[in-house]
Design a protein around this ligand. Sequence first.
Ligand SMILES: NC(=O)c1ccc[n+]([C@@H]2O[C@H](COP(=O)([O-])OP(=O)(O)OC[C@H]3O[C@@H](n4cnc5c(N)ncnc54)[C@H](O)[C@@H]3O)[C@@H](O)[C@H]2O)c1
Length: 340
Amino acid sequence: MRRAAAVTFPRGLNTVRARAESCLKCITALRAGKEILSRILTRGEVRARRVDPRGIAYDRISGALGTLMGRVAGKVALVTGSARGIGAACARALAHEGASVWVSDILDSEGAKVAREIGGNARYVHLDVADERQWIGVMDGIVREAGRLDVLVNNAGVTGFDRPDGPQDPEHASLESWRRVHAVNAEGTFLGCKHAIGVMKRPIGGRPRGGSIINISSRSGVVGIAGAAAYAASKAAIRNHTKSVALYCAQHAMGIRCNSIHPGSILTPMWDHMLGEGAAREEAIAQVAASVPLGRMGTPQDVAHLVVFLASDESAYMTGSELTLDGGILAGWEAQPGGR
Ligand SMILES: NC(=O)c1ccc[n+]([C@@H]2O[C@H](COP(=O)([O-])OP(=O)(O)OC[C@H]3O[C@@H](n4cnc5c(N)ncnc54)[C@H](O)[C@@H]3O)[C@@H](O)[C@H]2O)c1
């Protein structure tokens, strides 16, 4: 057992605020690798006993904290490409569940607006994920101001359709556009993992600090797309690199987990180029929805729920996993007897 943390429990924790403050002290002590005194409430009275931070009592305390303060309370998270779409939903959900969130993007005014809307526990920072110097600067800033990074969501991504970059099929795509898509999707994720490992592996209180890296790949990281070859190849690179990162961090007992999410057909601005406008857009959305087994396009919040789970200690035994989130698209092939 390590030394007990200086956690004091006021008598009569009968307000939500007092309980929340008490829980926050507990979790801060646990994260610092200290033994703590757990609190047991009986008619507002507090009794204390010693517990192992890694033991069952930890679950009770984080469970209590979860109820009062959120599932990722006290964690520091960075979400790339979070000025809109899936990234913005992830930033909002993580903040809602108690994390301090760094919203980042190349769309500065939109990103700053998302951070303002979230409020006190969010801030915006410019980060072009394809630029290693910017990664180094942002990580230095987070360490300087927050002292730690617990969660990285490598979300920023481009399809190749977002610019007039020409065709994206394997025969006609230009090398330049292939490289641009890979620079953001694959290299951006590589750089994020590399620099997050450097920060997350630093020990605290003699134990590895650890963290959770969540890479947003795509259903296209599992199957090909004839008309978006660079996008699909770069997303497959993310899927595989996730497993290398997971194994490397496990081998070195860093306490860092790394998992990939594979969304499909999530209605975000990424689809604007493909859906058109007005009535045509509504019709196009209906057509996409009809091709999804669950009969609808996904929402950014659908992805954010899974991101919160992977960011939280609820997924402590998961690393190197690939999780599809596509309304059932990848579950099978539609040309089948009895298909709809
Ligand atoms: N929407 C879907 O159906 C879907 C499906 C599978 C995977 N994804 C993936 O989810 C992620 C988010 O997509 P979305 O649908 O929210 O798209 P989106 O276009 O709405 O958002 C992408 C964000 O990434 C930012 N970005 C682009 N280049 C960047 C760079 N170099 N550095 C930092 N930020 C950059 C954009 O400015 C934007 O804010 C992407 O990686 C995408 O490939 C989306």
